[in-house]
Ligand binder design. Structure first.
Ligand SMILES: *Cc1c(COP(=O)(O)O)cnc(C)c1O
Length: 386
């Protein structure tokens, strides 16, 4: 009976309509197959379709040699040293971004959990956008630093907070994302950089998880697209989305990197990713700047769906491949998602507390291996159901 309280809690979660399950699925190109049902996968983060690309996997596997291929790193990087591929990936990253240094983490979650506690030394204020990812919130909490959050993308509020507090703190770290995961809207990084320039003691930390690979001439993200790679102190991203690999990374100064190596607990106390994953990451990074046609295609089908929803009278804030259809009511969102599944479109309903009350939605996430015809078919289904 010791676990009855857990069953009680599960009943409460279920009664609130929020019980989640892990669903087995097979993948085939841009389609997902669940319970024998084949659907267009509108819930994937494989934004460029690279994870689904068999030719890339074949090409990669053909160049591997079991002699020097390690499936485990068998320790933290500080403990028994560095495999050569680690340095290769980090050098590639720092060169691509034109930054002094780069550091790779086991995941984007590790990255956001660890960076702020490592950097928030002494009298630090952290200011974060209201809608930053859960991993950043956890990092803020663990840092123990004073923090405040400003209304999503409201930079006049950010300015007020800076004006009010910059004298009281030794330093301020502003934390934002570049593309936000629930609305698909973007941050004005240039404006944040201009604010930073006005005060001496501000660092900017941008999580490019949904933009890395997708935005910018070379796919580096929104900071590249907005021309502020140099002014942005700490640019972070994940390899787990558009790059079709695994791991988180930051590009930064040598000082930031050295502090992270010395103080960041998820970096110090976790076994590094297997060298085979790093090799795949290097393989994919080498291709990224050449993937502009995929980025352009993704932008074009995203615009196609956005315009469609706009024309139907939905208020659209999305400026990316993440496109929400805001229904409002939670049950209506669940019903619409289920009806879309019946038509062969797999997109999940997103409800409170993940999004604000009254803004339940279907979240479409587009990938570059979808065609204009796919989007046209989806639009037709939306016309009939929404
Ligand atoms: C997905 C995501 C992460 C986590 O990255 P993982 O590599 O999946 O752990 C961090 N931040 C944001 C904004 C994300 O969307």
């Amino acid at each position: 009976m010791g676990e009855q309280y857990l069953r009680d809690e599960l009943s409460r979660i279920e009664a609130a309509g929020n019980l989640r399950h892990l669903v087995p699925a097979a993948h085939d190109g841009c389609e997902i197959i669940i319970d024998g049902r084949r659907m267009l996968n509108l819930s994937s983060n494989d934004y460029l379709g690279l994870g689904a690309d068999k030719m890339l996997r074949k090409e990669f596997l053909a160049q591997l040699n079991p002699e020097n291929l390690y499936m485990s790193s068998s320790s933290s990087r500080l403990l028994s040293g560095e495999f050569p591929v680690y340095g290769q990936v980090e050098t590639m990253l720092s060169r691509m971004f034109g930054k002094e240094a780069a550091l790779v983490f086991n995941s984007g979650y590790h990255m956001n959990l660890g960076i702020l506690p490592a950097l928030a030394i002494g009298n630090t204020l952290i200011i974060a956008d209201k809608l930053v990812h859960a991993s950043i919130i956890d990092g803020i909490r663990l840092s123990g630093a004073e923090y405040c959050r400003f209304r999503h993308n409201d930079f006049s509020l950010l300015e007020n907070i800076l004006e009010r507090s910059h004298r009281r703190f030794d330093r301020i770290i502003i934390v934002v994302e570049s593309v936000y995961s629930m609305d698909g809207d973007t941050a004005d990084l240039q404006l944040i950089c201009r604010l930073k320039a006005r005060y001496g003691n501000v660092l900017i930390y941008v999580d490019e998880a949904h933009a890395f690979g997708v935005f910018g001439e070379n796919g580096l993200g929104l900071a590249e697209a907005q021309g502020c790679l140099q002014q942005t102190d700490i640019i972070c991203g994940t390899f787990g989305k558009a790059l079709a690999s695994v791991g988180g990374f930051t590009v930064c100064s040598n000082a930031v990197r050295d502090i992270l190596v010395n103080r960041m607990r998820p970096f110090i106390f976790s076994t590094a990713l297997p060298p085979v994953n790093w090799m795949w990451t290097a393989f994919m990074l080498g291709r990224m700047s050449g993937l502009k046609p995929l980025r352009e295609h993704l932008a074009s089908i995203s615009l196609q769906l956005c315009n469609k929803l706009k024309n139907k009278g939905f208020k659209m804030v999305s400026e990316s491949q993440i496109i929400p259809l805001v229904v409002g009511d939670s049950q209506a969102a669940v019903k619409l998602a289920s009806a879309l599944r019946d038509r062969g479109f797999y997109a999940l309903p997103v409800r409170p507390p993940t999004v604000p009350n009254g803004t339940s939605r279907i979240r479409f996430s587009l990938t570059a291996n979808m065609s204009g015809e796919h989007i046209a078919a989806l639009s037709e289904a939306i016309d009939e159901l929404a």
